[in-house]
Design a protein around this ligand. Sequence first.
Ligand SMILES: *Cc1c(COP(=O)(O)O)cnc(C)c1O
Length: 222
Amino acid sequence: MIMIYENILSIEKSIPQDVKLIPVSKTKPQSMILEAYQEGQRVFAENKALELRDKHEALPKDIEWHFIGHLQTNKVKYIISYVSLIHSVDRLKILKEINKQAKANNRIVDCLLEFHIAEESSKIGWSIEEAMDLLASEGFQDLGNVRIVGVMGMATYTQDKEQIRREFSSLKSYFTQLKESYFPKEESFKEISMGMSGDYEIAIEEGSTMIRVGSKIFGSRS
Ligand SMILES: *Cc1c(COP(=O)(O)O)cnc(C)c1O
């Protein structure tokens, strides 16, 4: 039997206190989440809207759910009334839809801008130029029901630790640029979500404030 909460505690003990550990429960059964919940764990992350909806419906309502996956516009409605942080805002269209649904739900929803930091492949996420354009645009000023509280990124899946370090370091520098240019007075703009099971130690050394850890807590996914 996997001792979920033990795993959470042992990671928490090994990281600085001001870095938040976000357990990623995607694909894992509700019973595993409940086991950790009963020991006191309240934050979990999922990457599929329908899976999150089903787990939210079935599990205790004081769980703080983070969304970390690619979000389709037609699925925002399934998570908008309760999601506490959306890490994966990777395009304007989804930001507008989150804003629209949040408004209909009388909420202001916290979001992170997902950056493309991997040196190879994958086109998901903003470049720093695109993000600067977004934040300077009039359209962005109209989005009163989303609050951008930081940035998120995923490093390349590689054994090359120096490459991973460079990629995380670039995300930190994007955060700093956006902070200085667009959020100098906003205390809420403070999160750098980077680091997973295989690379969170490097991420923390490069300035992560939030690590998203799945397999090292819940076991490998099939
Ligand atoms: C699955 C996932 C994680 C966790 O991955 P592990 O390697 O299992 O820790 C973190 N972030 C995102 C965006 C994910 O999809």
